[in-house]
Design a protein around this ligand. Structure first.
Ligand SMILES: Cc1cc2nc3c(=O)[nH]c(=O)nc-3n(C[C@H](O)[C@H](O)[C@H](O)COP(=O)(O)OP(=O)(O)OC[C@H]3O[C@@H](n4cnc5c(N)ncnc54)[C@H](O)[C@@H]3O)c2cc1C
Ligand code: SF4
Length: 517
């Protein structure tokens, strides 16, 4: 094998032919390196849909590289000499291919960057880590934004990005005179339900994807999740089709029903584009531009379009900045000293709580749940139960098709579990079952009653809410945004407190909520 100039390392979430790693690529002297390795599916207990999506998208990207005439060294998961981890495989291939330099786009995971740096050091090779142009904001720019601020808030960051990138702007001000339409974006469906939700675009598995599905089923049979409904976009062309379908069919109602839930309706008016974005099959600029164009064409209302753009230009960029400016210490944060184990039924969905069962089952079926299901059903339960944040993080990183650590960790540890003590979220998101009752009809089909905090029919969310406030009363009493909630605890007399605590203890022992009713 002739000596190579550059070996361009492409990871499973870097599937972009235009990435910075390819700048100056010369097929005569450079080559691309990709590897499917078991470690990426086992360092957390990766669900079958998640592993299948990564592998199917990688194999399709390999085809795109070949079509673009870029020499490729690709190791399949089932290759006899597969070394099992990115680091070990890369080291073995460096010895074989003898490149002069490694080149890559900055990876999304801190762990992966350390591992690849170690390989480069061990082999005495320079590693050229290039800026990830996929994002609107570089980590350095985020750090500059954060510097000197007492507290970080997404809203100010987002407004800066709107101005800087001229998104939904009218001269110097926001289109429509407001930066934020949150108040219009919190509706539940009425009793008639969501009606005829447009069908989700289905990308039937082709031969490449079918081969991956068989491989995952055989190799990761004991991993959580199911593959029967696998229909995710796995190529850039499919991702673009999914974007167009979303903008045409769902975006107009996205804002209004962003927080709503309905039993057995996983897709509703959300975009389902997070996985395609995180694998870099889609560029956030084209997603934001398509949404803004729909507003300018009169095809979607401003509140929906602004609400959607806020998620991508605001939240998505913001959590990346938090991740890269806070790691590696961030992953170990546990501000509320939570130490309970994650209930085993999170991996199967076998609970008699109707809301949680619905969210867990669709997660396992599709690797998908929308934001409010993740935050205010699944995450909320773990937070109020007092589950150790690392275990919650490992679950969220394992089950969703869009789960990559840079975006998952701040959302789970910070926004959902308040484990960073308020860096991401201005207060712990805690609520009784009445919040879920307001946003969905789940409680009508549930054996529990969201209005009761103790007794046989007490909703576990409601019990755990009061228990959470009792457990953290002194800590949260000084919190400006929690003080009012904590004050309500004073209304509970001693017998009521004891009843709440006794029921919460039964929930923690697994005597309530854990089995299908
Ligand atoms: C506990 C928890 C864990 C999460 N883990 C992930 C994860 O692993 N990967 C991931 O991409 N998102 C994660 N999110 C954020 C959000 O829930 C998902 O991006 C969203 O549900 C994906 O569905 P969608 O594409 O239909 O999003 P839509 O509701 O259609 O939103 C549009 C897009 O905005 C972006 N977005 C929306 N909210 C956020 C957010 N809070 N942070 C970053 N981007 C956002 C996504 O790219 C999404 O595709 C998590 C949220 C919580 C509360
Ligand atoms: S009663 Fe409680 S557990 Fe049951 S669906 Fe409502 S919120 Fe969920």
């Amino acid at each position: 094998m002739a000596e190579r100039r550059h070996l361009v390392v492409v990871l499973g979430d870097q599937l972009d032919l235009e990435a910075a790693a390819f700048d100056g690529f010369d097929p005569a002297v450079d080559a691309v390196w990709m590897a499917e390795v078991a470690e990426e599916s086992t360092q957390v207990w990766s669900s079958q849909p998640r592993t299948a999506l990564f592998l199917a998208a990688m194999r399709h990207f390999a085809e795109a590289l070949r079509a673009a005439g870029r020499p490729l060294h690709y190791t399949r998961l089932d290759a006899p000499a597969n070394a099992g981890s990115l680091a070990a495989q890369l080291q073995a291939d460096i010895e074989r291919l003898r490149p002069q330099r490694l080149v890559m786009t900055a990876p999304g995971d801190w762990r992966v960057l350390q591992a690849l740096r170690s390989v480069a050091d061990a082999c005495g090779l320079p590693l050229d880590v290039r800026e990830d142009r996929h994002f609107f904001v570089t980590v350095r720019e985020f750090a500059a934004h954060a510097k000197g601020r007492k507290s970080l808030r997404m809203e100010y960051f987002y407004r800066e990005q709107r101005q800087r990138h001229r998104v939904l702007m009218d001269g110097d001000g926001p289109v429509g005179g407001q930066w934020n339409f949150d108040a219009d974006n919190r509706e539940a469906f009425d009793a008639a339900g969501p009606g005829a939700v447009p069908p989700r675009p289905v990308f039937a598995p082709d031969a490449i994807t079918r081969e991956v599905l068989d491989l995952v089923e055989a190799r990761f049979a004991h991993h959580p999740g199911r593959l029967a409904g696998f229909a995710w976009p796995v190529t850039r062309a499919q991702a673009l089709q999914a974007l167009q379908a979303f903008v045409r069919e769902r975006l107009p109602r996205f804002g209004r029903y962003q927080d709503a839930m309905w039993p057995g309706e996983p897709w509703l008016y959300h975009s389902h584009l997070s996985a395609a974005l995180n694998l870099k099959l889609l560029n956030p600029r084209e997603v934001v531009a398509a949404a803004e164009q729909a507003f300018r064409d009169g095809a979607a209302p401003l509140a929906s379009v602004e609400g959607f753009i806020r998620q991508i230009l605001g939240w998505r960029e913001y959590v990346r900045g938090i991740y890269w400016t806070q790691m590696p210490g961030y992953a170990g944060r546990n501000a509320l000293d939570a130490g309970h184990d994650l209930p085993a039924w999170f991996w199967t969905g076998e609970t008699d709580m109707a809301c949680l069962r619905d969210a867990l089952v669709q997660t396992l079926d599709h690797g998908y749940a929308h934001h409010i299901q993740r935050l205010m059903v699944i995450g909320l339960y773990a937070l109020m139960l007092g589950v150790q944040p690392r275990q919650v993080h490992e679950w969220f990183l394992a089950v969703y098709v869009d789960a990559v650590e840079w975006v998952e960790l701040p959302n789970t540890l910070g926004m959902s579990q308040y484990a960073d003590g308020g860096l991401m979220a201005s207060k712990p998101y805690v609520a009784t079952g009445k919040y879920i009752q307001r946003m969905s009809p789940h409680c009508q089909g549930c054996r529990y009653d969201p209005a009761q905090s103790s007794g046989e029919r007490a909703c576990p969310y409601t019990t755990l809410y009061w228990d959470f406030l009792l457990r953290h009363e002194s800590r949260l009493a000084r919190h400006p945004r929690m003080a009012l909630q904590v004050k309500n605890v004073a209304r509970l007399d001693e017998p009521q407190r004891q009843a709440v605590r006794a029921r919460a203890a039964a929930i923690r022992r697994g005597e309530v909520g854990g089995a299908r009713g």
